[in-house]
Design a protein around this ligand. Structure first.
Ligand code: PLP
Length: 405
């Protein structure tokens, strides 16, 4: 009988945050091993709980959430998101410009599917949150990676971006705050990105899911607020800021020159209609979540869990001989560098597999974030300091002897 094969569309799609090393970790767990998973930014397993008011409000509204909502989402949710866009100084956003999704993930996929013809190019950061590269590829586009510079706080390298713009380039993706680097882009950097988009008529897709997890008193600036004339799509959601990744609620907001994007918007609407609507119970708490007291604030200041865990992991990693890391300004991740000469590393995935086998510690290799050299990996610093302490000691011990065969 004919073998059932996956579509060729998936041939070049990579999503290693949940890839082969994770499968190996699952096999080890099935055989009884305890693995510490520092591979996904999922707050709930590390005792981060949803704000009680959100759980209460969702349960109160559950009976009203049995039907489909309108394809873009409930009016109350979209109004709250529109007001949030106003607070971020994004001009000219109407309720109709707001789309809710089953997480930002669904909307990344949808926004790329609606845009790309085979061979269209999209500028994507390296390292990136790999769903961007995967969705560009799945939609038939060609991701063209521009480098972010570790020596310069992991900011995008503007010369590299400029070199890579071609007549086929349709869009520029930025991830700010960035996963995996934790970088936060200041206005000067954003201005240069806006200038490039303006000059070459590029759409800006800005993934800002970590915009409320910014530390050190810094301010997150939405790039769309600086580009009222450029067509921008800005993404955010509740998975991280409200620790409810499992509820599946995110959104995207269109702004700027919408007239130029009229046909694209029709495509987005069509795909939105085809998936009926996003999860309605989760939409019902967007207004609650975005208004009033923001409990996440308590986590990101000195004494707060996210802040203290970041401090801990940053210092602990830099104390390990052969490891250096830039301090993240936002989010839950750090992207340390390995001295590849010292450890003789030529294959970063093998490094993570060896670490998993010896120490039962799961991290993601830099290649999983479309980073081309074998010299980085990502650590999620969501666990409590006691657990991170054990993980860092294990990593240090592992690296004190490691030389890749
Ligand atoms: N964008 C970035 C940069 C992320 O790190 C993640 C999740 O880790 C997502 C999007 C997807 O988030 P969601 O849970 O809203 O689908």
């Amino acid at each position: 009988m004919r073998e059932i094969k996956k579509s060729a569309k998936l041939d070049n799609v990579l999503y290693d945050v949940r890839g082969p090393v994770v499968e190996e970790a699952e096999r080890m767990e099935a055989a009884g091993a305890r693995v510490l998973k520092l591979n996904i930014g999922n707050p709930a397993p590390f005792d981060f709980r949803a704000p009680e008011e959100m759980v209460f409000d969702m349960s109160r509204q559950l009976v009203d959430c049995e039907g489909y909502s309108s394809a873009k989402g409930l009016f109350s949710a979209r109004k709250a998101i529109m007001q949030y866009a106003q607070l971020k100084h994004i001009q000219g956003v109407d309720v109709d410009d707001v789309y809710t999704g089953n997480g930002v993930s669904e909307l990344i996929n949808l926004s790329m599917l609606a845009l790309l013809d085979n061979g269209d190019e999209v500028l994507v950061p390296s390292p990136d949150y790999p769903l961007w590269t995967a969705c560009v590829t799945l939609a038939g586009g060609t991701p063209v990676h521009y480098v972010c510079d570790e020596q310069a706080e992991w900011y995008p390298d503007m010369d590299d971006i400029r070199k890579k713009v071609t007549s086929r380039t349709k869009a520029l993706v930025i991830i700010n705050p960035n996963n995996p680097t934790g970088s936060l882009y200041p206005r000067e950097v954003l201005q240069e990105l806006v200038d490039i988009a303006r000059e070459h008529n590029l759409i800006i897709f800005s993934d800002e899911i970590y915009d409320r997890i910014v530390m050190d008193g810094l301010e997150h600036v939405s790039i769309a607020s600086m580009a009222p004339d450029v067509f921008c799509v800005t993404f955010s959601g509740l998975s991280k800021s409200h620790m409810v990744a499992g509820y599946r609620i995110g959104w995207m907001v269109l702004s700027g020159d919408k007239a130029r994007a009229h046909d694209y918007i029709l495509g987005v609407n069509m795909l939105c209609n085809m998936r009926m609507c996003s999860n309605v119970p989760a939409q019902s708490i967007v207004q609650t979540a975005l208004g009033g007291h923001q409990s996440v604030q308590g986590y990101i200041v000195p004494g707060g869990r996210v802040y203290e865990q970041r401090e801990y992991v940053y210092n602990a990693l830099n104390d390990i001989p052969g490891v250096t890391a830039v301090k993240p300004k936002a989010g839950f991740y750090i992207f340390p560098k390995l001295d590849v000469k010292k450890f003789n590393i030529t294959d970063d995935e093998k490094f993570t597999l060896d670490l998993l086998h010896e120490k039962r510690l799961l991290v993601v290799h830099g290649g999983g974030f479309n980073w081309k050299k074998p010299d980085h990996f990502r650590v999620v610093y969501l666990p409590r300091i006691e657990v991170l302490g054990e993980a860092m000691r294990d990593l240090g011990d592992f690296l004190s002897r490691y030389r890749q065969a």
